[in-house]
Design a protein around this ligand. Sequence first.
Ligand code: FMN
Length: 333
Amino acid sequence: MTYAEVRESARNTILNCKACPECNGLACGNTMPGPGSKAPGNGANANWKAWQEIRLNMDVFAPDGPVDTSTELFGRKLSLPLLTGPIGSLTQYSKEDVTIPFNDGVIQGCAETGVIDCFGDGLAPGVLEAGLASMAKHGAAAIPVINPIAMDDILREIEIVNATDAPAVSVVVDSAGLSIWSGGGFGSKTVDQLKVLRESTKKPFVVKGIMTVKNAMQAAEAGADAIIVSNHGGRVLPYAAPTAEVLPEIAEAVGDQMKIIVDGGIRSGADMLKALALGADAVLICRPIAVAWFGAGAEGVKVYVEKLRGELKEAMYMCGARSLADIGSEMIR
Ligand SMILES: Cc1cc2nc3c(=O)[nH]c(=O)nc-3n(C[C@H](O)[C@H](O)[C@H](O)COP(=O)(O)O)c2cc1C
């Protein structure tokens, strides 16, 4: 099955998403609720466009040899520097709430391709527990990403994760800007609160939704082991900077203290190479994974990940990199 076939099949089953040949945030635009961006609806497209504008330098005299895309993250060996992104609720893509089967299929696809899934704790009870059960069932590495709910509730969820084999635990801080949420303690967290959350687990602690050097340094101060440079795919703040634009300065400031993952409009192996050359350790991709799952379940996820692997290998080869350690800023024009 090709990715084009996966997309074609998704097109007939998915709501509010046209499974476009290029997932660039244009057709979904201002659709929230839905998979688009916050009004006026150009944030996802701005993220995508910023990667498109970055050019790569060829290096044709590197010795011939196989390209190794493997890496290590949170003590786990990954075949690709890739994490799949959390979608807390699939109700925006489907009439029925398929969040639990979605997480199960994506976790399976990730296990079978050697990458890490990040799954959301969802809007419905039991989503976190079901994701953790899928992780165990598929022998996968999966990272639960907890929304900024009330502190006690986050702590309760971290305790559940602590009792599992999850490689890390994550809290997403920028979801505080989602207008569908309010009340019940949901909202922004301070650096002191982040410290409390960090101290509640021995697992690597990942903060998702960092867009400035200031916040990256504050996450480091709170003891985070990794940050995900992300503006939630343009869903929380109109006119937020594209992630590709802020990544280099954030990597420069905290790259030697913590792992840096970046998301937002990364759609190809060449984009992955650009992100690594700009200082990321790995990338996270979200919306195309939904398309892949709606198109062909775990198999669709595998097809998409293998497409990225092929593209990354080719781009690395042409830029003279035979392993991820060879990737550097000189590859960016
Ligand atoms: C419908 C939808 C739901 C999402 N739900 C979550 C969530 O529950 N938790 C979270 O951390 N991020 C969530 N995200 C954000 C993504 O994980 C990711 O950060 C963002 O979509 C950017 O990546 P992309 O451009 O590859 O889609 C959601 C995104 C979409 C489109």
